[in-house]
Design a protein around this ligand. Sequence first.
Ligand code: ARG
Length: 463
Amino acid sequence: MSGSSSNEMWGGRFAASPDQILEKINASIDFDQRLAHQDIVGSKAHARMLAAQGVLTEADADAICDGLDRILDEIERGEFAFSTALEDIHMNVEARLKELIGEPAGRLHTGRSRNDQVATDFKLWVRDRIDATDAQLEALIRALLDQAQAGADLVMPGFTHLQTAQPVTWGHHMMAYVEMFARDRARFQDARARLNECPLGAAALAGTSFPIDREATAQTLGFDRPAANSLDAVSDRDFALDFMAAASICATHLSRFAEELVIWSSAQFDFVRLSDAFTTGSSIMPQKKNPDAAELVRAKVGRINGALVGLLTVMKGLPLAYSKDMQEDKERVFEAADALSLSLAAMTGMVADMTPNPDRLREAAGHGFSTATDLADWLVRELNMPFRDAHHVTGAIVKLAETKNVGLEDLALEDMQGVAPSITAAVFDVLGVDKSVASRDSYGGTAPEQVRAQIARWRGLLG
Ligand code: ARG
């Protein structure tokens, strides 16, 4: 199966071409071509630094950088012929550079290795995706703020155990997700700050004897500083794991919200109408409007968690420094990044387009004696009853209402007084759902006034 010619990069030591199976398992060009832009930016920074240090002539550095620009242009125009025999993006680019500029191409790899090169490229790629994710999260948060503002007074049931608990507002529910997605942004920013040390110049694993300037390349590439240990620099994939861990948590939030949209858009709930743009019809049941986009956002977390666990498993037990195992990092990260980006876009579209159903939300808000806590709180506040007694009295009144098949606010005063004689007509002031939510005006509570204050706070923070 082996061919006859030796590999052009390390042919000095190897007599025969790699077996085709080796070529297949070894090559990463099918996926790491996504690093082309970062690879070229990194190589240009390296070449310029080598020239500034007197390791390369300015003429060679100019030729290298011009050649790299041409290659990037070819890649962006789809005219670049990627070769599996050349294994990865780094060797594909270098081989093409040799075709274009000849001898100086061979000087580019001075004082570096593919090990620090790939770590640098990949960090740059992940950093770009963190920034893109941050922008997507901001757009989602803005869509949620608009929903919250429009529905700041809209009462709906709040749930625990998916059982009606206490009335809340639509605005409050939307703002809960604003908090979650804002924490996601913070997690991605943490990951970015930790990532931002430059591996370039760590070379294969031990550093280099050439007089390189690692501060300079770090600065050119927008890193805060060079990574301080060359062994760690080439064997670290924490930045990929950090990114995917943040992506997993974010996807978990998206999945929870998606599940609520699936439930809320069902005929049984009918809390919200999703737009036609994010639902599909059934090929057999004409009445159906399926929340496919929400279901798929709910599901994508599976891929993202899978990618995280996949790379954690690859990295565990790896000795220092670089091992080829680590080439398995990129597809995991690409898959997680793509799934997250699509999920965020779909969720933002759904949120921007959805319409809450105020009548149904209000009706459901009053179900299940949702203002029973308001009654108990009133007994404590107005009659100075100990809360435990108030809880007991309220339970008896709820039972009475249940027997009569009416809501708490529909009971006669005499019925309530039959349970606790000191109750007055003023109790009816707290029993409606609007009164219930308005009364919950503690900091962070569901009262429309509190919700509006949070919307204003977040809009101020976003600028
Ligand atoms: N394609 C490789 C990767 O993705 C690049 C680094 C290869 N280094 C090496 N010594 N074989 O990890």
